[in-house]
Design a protein around this ligand. Structure first.
Ligand code: ACO
Length: 319
């Protein structure tokens, strides 16, 4: 016994930062950002907290699933950092929803949402839960160096949530990590300890874009191909591919190498940029609410990110 998806929700901040606006902040152009990444706009948190936005996404998912908060047996939030160092963002969401169940965060960077789904799968397999809420949300604007044109044009804030129930929608899931602290990293920042003598580094994202790009393309193709086989399906059986939204060229490159019709790839990067653990649940909510996904469809989710981590799964849409 594993899970099926019962409901979806998402939330992004109201403030929109366009490529044109970015040209007043760093030496860049709409033409460069659009042609190199596919990004046109990103939503950035100004007055909203992660608590407000994650709870909004969670409530929408519960409503869509027709599940009450007190029916939840588990809450997992995939994020690199919540509103608090402690408690976890999942516990904050639990408090706001009035739920009574175990709650904790998972940090798998951009692959975090698939890591969280894999953990939830374990709870279902052990028959410990009947209903679970899995949230994926990141606030990358708070850890971006806004003077670095190599990174600041790429990221946005936002995320979403899924309500899961017992079922056999999940066909296969796999996560990986390749311990690496050079290609994408953000130091923790200052220590409050008067005894600390160690330089902690600025808590902003550093990235070797070209190397991550190569890792991303080769991982996506390998992971999607293997997951489809593991699910006992062929590429023809896949109805939607929802990849991590880091760069539309990475998605295009995977499209070229796989044999899945190009119309089946979901790409909303133009509107949101890379929201890390938020990318997949935002896109899942979008295909649900626009009717792009139909009952019985086989969906592939695939992500890669800091860690270096990867995650992939195949889910049949049972809603
Ligand atoms: N505007 C204008 N020029 C720029 C900008 C910008 N915003 N950023 C970089 N450039 C310049 C560079 O300085 C370089 O100039 P030079 O040739 O004079 O040195 C030139 O553009 C080309 O730079 P490249 O790095 O080669 O550009 P590339 O085509 O590789 O695109 C990018 C860079 C978009 C970062 C790409 O490498 C990429 O998408 N990498 C993967 C990122 C990713 O997937 N991250 C996911 C993980 S993030 C996470 O986990 C939170």
């Amino acid at each position: 016994m594993s899970f099926s998806i019962l409901g979806t929700g998402s939330a992004v901040p109201e403030y929109v930062l366009t490529n044109e606006q970015l040209t007043t902040m760093v030496d860049t152009s709409d033409e460069w950002i659009t042609s190199r990444t596919g990004i046109k706009r990103r939503h950035i948190m100004t007055t909203e907290s992660m608590t407000e936005l994650t709870v909004k996404a969670a409530k929408l998912a519960l409503e869509d699933a027709n599940v009450a908060a007190d029916e939840l047996d588990l809450i997992i939030c995939a994020t690199m950092r919540g509103d608090y160092i402690t408690p976890s963002q999942a516990c904050v969401i639990q408090k706001e929803l009035g739920a009574h169940c175990p709650a904790f965060d998972v940090n798998g960077a951009c692959s975090g949402f698939i890591y969280a789904l894999d953990v939830a799968d374990g709870f279902f397999a052990r028959k410990r839960v009947k209903k679970a809420l899995v949230v994926g949300f990141d606030n990358l604007s708070a850890m971006t160096d806004w003077t670095d044109r190599n990174t600041c044009v790429l990221f946005g804030d936002g995320g979403g949530a899924l309500v899961l129930g017992e079922g056999d929608g999940l066909k296969t899931i796999n996560v990986e990590a390749f311990g690496n602290t050079d290609l994408i990293y953000a130091p923790r920042g200052e220590s409050t300890s008067p005894m600390n003598k160690r330089e902690m580094g600025r808590p902003v994202l550093h990235m070797n874009g070209a190397e991550v790009y190569k890792f991303a393309v080769s991982s996506m193709v390998r992971l999607i191909d293997r997951a489809i086989t593991d699910a006992g399906l062929t590429q023809d059986d896949i109805d939607l591919v929802i990849p991590h939204q880091a760069n539309y060229r990475i998605i295009k490159s995977a499209e070229e190498k796989l044999h899945i019709d190009k119309s089946k790839y979901v790409c909303n990067i133009a509107e949101y940029g890379n929201t890390s653990a938020g990318c997949l649940p935002i896109a899942i909510d979008e295909v649900n609410r626009t009717g792009r996904v139909k009952r019985g469809d086989n969906i592939v989710l695939c992500a890669f990110g800091s860690g270096l981590t990867t995650g992939v799964c195949v889910i049949r849409w049972d809603k």
